[in-house]
Design a protein around this ligand. Structure first.
Ligand code: FES
Ligand SMILES: [Fe+2]
Length: 422
C-alpha cells in the first residue's frame, strides 16, 4: 500500500509563528531548540563562508576553521584542490589535527596512530592484522561534501546537493567583485590573520546589525567624535546612501551615492591620491579610465547570508556556538598589488576591530545587552519595520530603503524563514 503522508502530521518549523513582516519574536534569539533547528536547516545545509584560499597558498598547507559547531581543517592537497575535513578520527572519534595551521600531506591521530591523507582518506593503521590486514578498512575523515570558492572566498555546504554557490551568492557576487576590483591585480587575500572575538549573544544579532545604518551615529558617536571621522554622516537622515536587500538574505549599505557626490578618489578610505601614489598609479595602469570610478566608489559594505560580512576594509566570519554565544573572526582585507594600502588597512583594523578595537567593542556591548534584554519576557517582540513605509524597488528589482532603514534585516528574515520552513 502506498504511504499516505498526512500534511498535518509533518512537524511544522518552530519559527513559523515567530516571524511577522515587521516583527520577530524574542525567543528566536534565546531558545536552544530553535538553535538546534538552525544548525540542521541553515548551518549544515546552506553555503557557509569558511575562509580564503590565500590562507593555504602552498600545496599541503592547512588551517583550522570553524563551521558553526564543527571543527574543520581547510587543506590544500598536493594537486592544489581545497578540502574541508571534519576534525574527527574515524576510529574512536578523537580530534585528529591539533595545530592551528601548518604544512603536511597527512595527519596522524594521537590516540592509536591512524593516519589520513590531507584529502581525508585513511592511509594506514597500526597492527593491521587486527583488522584482517592492510587496506581492509573503508573509513576516512568526514568531509564537507561541497566546497567551492568565489574569487578565493571558500564556502562549504554540508548538504550533498542543493543550490550551487553561484545561485546562493546571486547578486552578492558583484559585491565581492567590487572588493577584488580595488586591487590592481584584481585579487584580495585574507592572510593577515584572524582575530576571534567571542560574543555572548545570538549570531543573528550580528548578522542583522551589519547593514543596520540606524545605529552608527549613536553607538559609535564617541569614536567618530574623537577621530573626526566623516563616517557618521553616511548614516544620517540626510544621507543619499541606500540600504539594499540583494536577495537570498544578503544585504548592503550602498555608500556609493555619497562618495560620487564628492567625486574624490580615495575619500572612501579617508585619504588622498597624493598619500598613496604607487597604489593610484597601479590602479590607473590596470584599469585605465575606470580606475577613477573604482577609487571614488570604494569598497562594499555587504552582509552575505548567513555569516560573511565585508565591511569595506575588514572581513568578518561569524560562527555560532550556541543560542546565546557566537564567535566573530575579523581580518584586514589585503589587496594584491596594494602594499601602500595594506599596511594602513592592518593598522586601521587593529584600531577598530582588534583586541581593543573601538568599533568592535561598541557593537559587542550592544549585542550582549541585546541578548540580555531579549531574555526578559515583555514585550515579547522586536520591531523591524523601520522604512517599510518608504521602501521602493530599484532598476535591478531589488528592494531599497534609506541609509538608516531596516530593509537588510527584513531581507535576512525572509531568507531565514524560507530555509527554516523548507
Ligand atoms: S581514535 Fe584516532 S586512532 Fe584511535
Ligand atoms: Fe556598529
Amino acid at each position: 500500500m502506498p504511504t499516505v503522508i498526512n500534511p498535518d502530521a509533518v512537524p511544522k518549523s518552530l519559527v513559523s509563528e515567530l516571524i511577522r513582516p515587521s516583527q520577530v519574536h524574542g525567543s528566536l534569539y534565546t531558545d536552544p531548540a530553535i538553535f538546534a533547528e538552525e544548525l540542521t536547516k541553515i548551518w549544515f545545509k546552506t553555503w557557509v563562508f569558511v575562509g580564503h584560499e590565500s590562507e593555504v597558498p602552498e600545496p599541503n598547507d592547512y588551517v583550522r576553521k570553524q563551521m558553526a559547531t564543527q571543527d574543520v581543517v581547510m587543506t590544500r592537497d598536493r594537486d592544489g584542490d581545497i578540502h574541508l575535513l571534519i576534525n574527527r578520527c574515524a576510529h574512536r572519534g578523537l580530534q585528529v589535527c591539533d595545530d592551528q595551521k601548518g604544512n603536511s600531506s597527512s595527519f596522524r591521530c594521537p590516540y592509536h596512530g591512524w593516519t589520513y591523507r590531507n584529502s581525508g582518506e585513511l592511509l594506514g593503521y597500526p597492527y593491521n592484522k587486527g583488522y584482517g590486514g592492510k587496506g581492509r578498512l573503508e573509513l576516512g575523515m568526514g568531509k564537507v561534501p561541497r566546497v567551492e570558492s568565489y574569487r578565493g572566498f571558500v564556502f562549504g555546504s554540508m548538504a550533498d546537493d542543493g543550490p550551487s554557490l553561484l545561485e546562493h551568492l546571486g547578486a552578492a557576487t558583484g559585491e565581492i567583485d567590487r572588493l577584488a576590483g580595488l586591487s590592481p591585480k584584481g585579487e584580495v587575500s585574507l592572510d593577515a590573520g584572524w582575530l576571534p572575538h567571542k560574543t555572548r549573544a545570538n549570531w543573528k544579532f550580528l548578522a542583522e546589525n551589519e547593514t543596520d545604518g540606524y545605529h552608527p551615529q549613536f553607538v559609535h558617536g564617541s569614536i567618530f567624535g574623537v577621530t573626526g571621522s566623516p563616517i557618521g554622516a553616511l548614516y544620517s537622515d540626510a544621507s543619499t546612501a541606500v540600504t539594499r536587500a540583494l536577495g537570498n538574505g544578503h544585504s548592503e549599505n550602498d555608500l556609493r551615492p555619497e562618495f560620487r557626490k564628492f567625486a574624490e578618489p580615495m575619500r572612501w578610505f579617508g585619504t588622498t591620491p597624493e598619500r598613496v601614489p604607487n597604489y593610484v598609479a597601479a590602479m590607473r595602469e590596470a584599469y585605465g579610465e575606470d580606475a577613477e570610478r573604482r577609487m571614488i566608489e570604494g569598497a562594499p559594505h555587504v552582509m552575505i547570508f548567513p555569516n560573511l560580512f565585508i565591511a569595506e576594509i575588514q572581513v568578518f566570519n561569524i560562527q555560532p556556538n550556541a543560542a546565546n554565544e557566537c564567535i566573530s573572526y575579523a581580518t584586514a582585507v589585503q589587496l594584491r598589488g596594494g602594499a601602500e594600502l595594506n599596511r594602513r588597512m592592518i593598522s586601521q583594523s587593529i584600531g577598530s576591530v582588534g583586541p581593543a578595537g573601538m568599533l568592535l567593542a561598541d557593537d559587542t556591548e550592544m549585542y550582549e545587552r541585546n541578548q540580555q534584554g531579549v531574555s526578559m519576557l515583555d514585550p515579547e517582540w522586536l520591531d523591524v519595520r523601520r522604512g517599510l513605509v518608504r521602501e521602493t524597488t530599484d532598476e535591478d528589482g531589488f528592494t531599497i530603503g534609506a541609509a538608516t532603514d531596516e530593509t537588510g534585516m527584513r531581507g535576512f528574515w525572509k531568507q531565514y524563514r524560507a530555509l527554516m520552513e523548507a
